[in-house]
Design a protein around this ligand. Structure first.
Ligand SMILES: NC(=O)c1ccc[n+]([C@@H]2O[C@H](COP(=O)([O-])OP(=O)(O)OC[C@H]3O[C@@H](n4cnc5c(N)ncnc54)[C@H](OP(=O)(O)O)[C@@H]3O)[C@@H](O)[C@H]2O)c1
Length: 265
C-alpha cells in the first residue's frame, strides 16, 4: 500500500531514500530540514512536496514520518515533534535505540536502517542493500515491512541490541577500512607518488576478503612475522608519530588474530 511520508532531515540518507520511496510508489508529502534551503534542494529532486517550516505535523496527512538526522540530533527532534496519534515514526540510525522514539508517547514507532554507506554524491540502489527493521508492534512491523519490500530491499527484522552490534561491525568493515585507504593515499602522496598504483590492490583486497575467510587471506609483514620490514616501516613513518602508533597497534592485532582470539583474554 502506498504511504504518505514526511522526511525529517536533508543529509545523505534523506537525499537518496526520499526519491527511492517516491519511485516505489509512495508520496513524499513534506520535507523538513533545519536549513530551509537544503529542504528546498531535496524537494527539487522530488514530486513537489511541501517544505515544512516546523516540526508540528498535527495537520499533516502523512502516515509515516522518517527521521534521518545525525544520531545526536534525534533526541532534540523527538522532543519537539508533534504528530497525529496514529502516525508511525521511525529513525534510520544504526545505533540509536528504538526506545528513543517512544519518548514521543506514540504507540507506533520503529527503525528503518539501511545497512550501507550512503553519500550524497554516489548513486544508491536500495534493492541491493539489507534493510534492518524494528517495530514497536505487529501493525507497525507489517507497514514497515511493506514499505521496505516496495523498495526491493533485503529485509531483516532486528532488535535494537542486534542492530547496534551490526553497526559496530559495520564501523570496522567500512569506516575503518576507508580510513586505512585514506592513510595509504596520504603515505603515497607524502612522497609525491601516484596513488592510482594502489587501486588494483584495494579492489583485490575487498574481493578476496569477500570470497574467502579474511583471516586466512591475510598477507604482509605482521602475519609473516617479518620484524625487520616492520621496523623499517615504522622508521619511514617518522614524519607522523600518530601513524607509527596506528601501524604498531594494527600489526599487533593481526598477530593476535593469527594465534586465535583466545590469546586476547
Ligand atoms: N550515511 C550513511 O552511510 C548512513 C547509512 C545508514 C544510516 N545512517 C543514519 O541515517 C541518519 C542520517 O545520516 P546522514 O548520513 O544522512 O547524516 P548527514 O548527511 O550528516 O545529515 C544529517 C542531517 O541531520 C540534520 N541535523 C543535524 N543536527 C540537527 C539538529 N540539531 N536538528 C535538526 N536537524 C539536524 C542535518 O542538518 P544540516 O544539513 O542543516 O546540518 C542534516 O540534514 C543517521 O542516524 C545515520 O546514523 C547513515
Amino acid at each position: 500500500m502506498s504511504q504518505f511520508i514526511t522526511i525529517i532531515g536533508t543529509g545523505n540518507v534523506a537525499w537518496h531514500l526520499a526519491p527511492a520511496l517516491e519511485q516505489a510508489g509512495h508520496v513524499i508529502n513534506e520535507v523538513y530540514g533545519r536549513s530551509e534551503k537544503k529542504a528546498r534542494l531535496l524537494c527539487e529532486r522530488l514530486n513537489n512536496p511541501v517544505v515544512a517550516t516546523g516540526l508540528d505535523f498535527t495537520e499533516s496527512r502523512s502516515t509515516l514520518y522518517i527521521i534521518a538526522v545525525s544520531d545526536n540530533a534525534i533526541e532534540s527532534v523527538v522532543s519537539t515533534i508533534v504528530l497525529p496519534e496514529q502516525a508511525i515514526l521511525v529513525h534510520t540510525s544504526g545505533t540509536a535505540p528504538m526506545s528513543r522514539l517512544q519518548l514521543t508517547g506514540l504507540n507506533n514507532v520503529g527503525v528503518f536502517y539501511p545497512l550501507q554507506t550512503i553519500s550524497q554524491n554516489r548513486d544508491i540502489n536500495f534493492s541491493e542493500l539489507p534493510l534492518l527493521i524494528e517495530a514497536s508492534n505487529v501493525t507497525t512491523r507489517k507497514q514497515l515491512l511493506e514499505t521496505g519490500k516496495s523498495l526491493g530491499a533485503e529485509i531483516t527484522i532486528t532488535t535494537s541490541e542486534h542492530r547496534q552490534d551490526i553497526h559496530l561491525a559495520a564501523v570496522f568493515a567500512n569506516n575503518f577500512t576507508n580510513h586505512m585507504i585514506d592513510i595509504a593515499g596520504q603515505v603515497i602522496r607524502q612522497k609525491a607518488l601516484d596513488v592510482n598504483l594502489l587501486k588494483p590492490l584495494i579492489r583485490e583486497t575487498v574481493e578476496k576478503a569477500l570470497a574467502q575467510n579474511p583471516s586466512t587471506a591475510q598477507t604482509g609483514p605482521a602475519v609473516r612475522g617479518d620484524s625487520e620490514t616492520m621496523q623499517n616501516h615504522i622508521q619511514q613513518l617518522e614524519f607522523n608519530p600518530r601513524l607509527q602508533k596506528l601501524y604498531r597497534l594494527i600489526s599487533e592485532s593481526i598477530q593476535y588474530s593469527k594465534t586465535g582470539p583466545e590469546s586476547d583474554s
